[in-house]
Design a protein around this ligand. Sequence first.
Ligand code: ADP
Ligand code: MG
Length: 140
Amino acid sequence: MNLKRTLKGTGETENFAKEIAKDLQNRVILMNGDLGAGKTFFTKVVAEYYNCDDTSSPTFTLHQRYEGDITIHHFDLYRLKSEYELDNIGFFEYIDSGDTCFIEWADKFNLKDELEKYTEITITVDNPNDRTITVTSFGD
Ligand SMILES: Nc1ncnc2c1ncn2[C@@H]1O[C@H](COP(=O)(O)OP(=O)(O)O)[C@@H](O)[C@H]1O
Ligand SMILES: [Mg+2]
């Protein structure tokens, strides 16, 4: 997969996330983009697509697990200080599990070296309602 789109408004982001949701199944998705770019928004649309439980947790932690038609692991590494902490939460076991994994702020750490294949999603903010998204798969 190698896509680039301009997404005008959350509706277009929602449609696009649903459009590619099937291609993200069982993959590790490294997500990058500024705070408020839409990484969480995108992940939640995919979770919804797979009929996962209500994913809006008021106390979002480092790792959330969503169960539905598939299992999704959602990581937010924003507050993580060191790569050691990844080991402590069993991060690499989840990554190797074959479940679908979304990782926000993936670029903080050298995760690409640890992965044989992954999909990279980068979101940039064009203006308050518009985003540019690139989706690129590596390793297969
Ligand atoms: N085109 C768009 N695509 C995605 N989010 C958008 C868009 N336009 C506005 N937004 C808003 O941007 C915010 C993105 O927040 P969030 O997903 O939490 O960002 P991040 O996880 O990258 O920090 C949401 O409030 C969403 O409603
Ligand atoms: Mg987020």
